[in-house]
Design a protein around this ligand. Structure first.
Ligand SMILES: *Cc1c(COP(=O)(O)O)cnc(C)c1O
Length: 371
């Protein structure tokens, strides 16, 4: 089937992938122009240290980092950080609010750690939201700021009644940079570069509170075996001198630094949230209005500003729809494995223009009309 969408309906940029996400035009050229002095030199040399500093200070600016908080980074991405938490931050028992695939994966890591007690779990079905609740015998509350698998966002607030000995640890892989945040509500706010930060995968970055740093030091001194890859105290030490424990991907850091410069010079986090709000307003208004589609997430306040999920009527062949769109350069609308029955998923990270979300919905209307 060949259907050519009229050029005036098409988005300026048709990439809507939830991660890795679109890298804005011009960034790879900037990498080619600057990379010569950065790549192929030791990561212990000044140019790479300067780059790490640029990322750290860019994040500190973006999140208005409070006194005492530190930006720490290391290799392995967010899923490696799940394991790191089990080694380096949970004393005995964690609680997990689980409402999608990523929260579940973290829970599995905590369950599998033989040195920890069986976790406390609060869960919701896909499309719903679960939030942590005060419980005396846990020392960590863990949840996901944005469930990339389902398009549900969660508040980042300490559970009412939480004690000073209880850390809040938030997986913000797809949320950071696109959802509002009061940093003091989290002790560990961690993410990776390949979503809102328009870079590549492989690194984790974390905003650590003084309490989180103290916990890492306490556990490191406790005699628990911690493989060096999962040592948070070592990562903290290296990060303080703009280094990582082992060799990082320099190109990934460069692309992230460029995105942070753009974010900070365009008005910072508030301006980025304005962008994701504008995009998601367009998407959900369309999904509520068009007769053949509806938002997957029922509660409007749980609908994510950064990853939108919509359910198409059963009569619409979503694979055919997606392939026609892809032939026209509109790509990466796949739902997360096993979520929804006939779903499209649309990333609305800060780099995505709301005009392109508008164009996307017009293209879908146009194709559905002709299927
Ligand atoms: C993408 C994603 C991850 C996985 O990140 P990796 O860097 O690939 O390990 C974890 N959690 C959430 C919420 C994500 O969106």
């Amino acid at each position: 089937m060949t259907l050519q969408i009229p050029a005036d309906l098409l988005p300026a940029d048709g990439r809507f992938g939830s991660g890795p996400s679109k890298v804005p035009a011009g960034r790879l050229e900037a990498l080619a122009a600057t990379g010569v002095s950065l790549m192929g030199t030791s990561h212990r040399q000044q140019p790479v240290k300067d780059l790490v500093r640029r990322v750290q200070s860019g994040l500190a600016d973006l999140f208005s980092l409070p006194e005492g908080y530190e930006v720490v980074l290391g290799n392995g991405g967010s899923v490696a950080f799940f394991d790191l938490v089990t080694y380096a931050l949970v004393r005995e028992r964690s609680q997990h609010a689980v409402f999608g695939a990523f929260g579940k994966k973290f829970l599995s890591a905590a369950k599998a750690a033989p040195w920890l007690a069986d976790p406390s779990v609060i869960s919701a079905e896909p499309g719903g939201l679960a939030v942590p609740a005060q419980k005396d015998d846990v020392d960590v509350y863990a949840w996901t700021h944005n469930e990339t698998s389902t398009g549900v966002m969660a508040p980042v607030v300490r559970p009412a009644g939480a004690g000073a000995h209880q850390l809040t640890i938030v997986d913000a892989t797809s949320a950071a940079g696109g959802l509002p945040l009061e940093v003091t509500e989290s002790d560990v706010y961690y993410f990776a570069p390949q979503k809102s930060f328009a870079s590549d995968g492989g690194l984790w970055l974390a905003l650590l509170s003084p309490a989180a740093i103290a916990r890492a030091e306490e556990i490191a001194a406790s005699g628990r075996h911690i493989p060096s890859f999962f040592s948070l105290t070592e990562a903290i030490k290296q990060s303080r001198s703009a280094q990582t424990v082992n060799t990082p991907s320099v190109a990934t850091l460069f692309l992230m630094a460029e995105q942070l410069d753009w974010m900070n010079s365009s008005g910072g986090l508030d301006a980025m949230v304005d962008r994701t709000t504008a995009s998601s307003d367009v998407l959900y208004a369309w999904a509520e209005k068009a007769s053949y589609v509806r938002p997957f997430v029922e509660a409007p306040t749980h609908r994510s500003l950064v990853v939108g999920t919509v359910e198409l009527d059963a009569g619409i062949d979503k694979d055919l729809l997606r392939s026609v769109l892809a032939e026209n350069g509109v790509v990466d609308l796949d739902a997360y494995r096993g979520i929804g029955t006939n779903q499209l998923r649309v990333a609305m990270y800060p780099s995505v223009d709301s005009a392109d979300i508008e164009a996307l919905t017009a293209c879908i209307d146009w194709v559905v009309d002709r299927l």
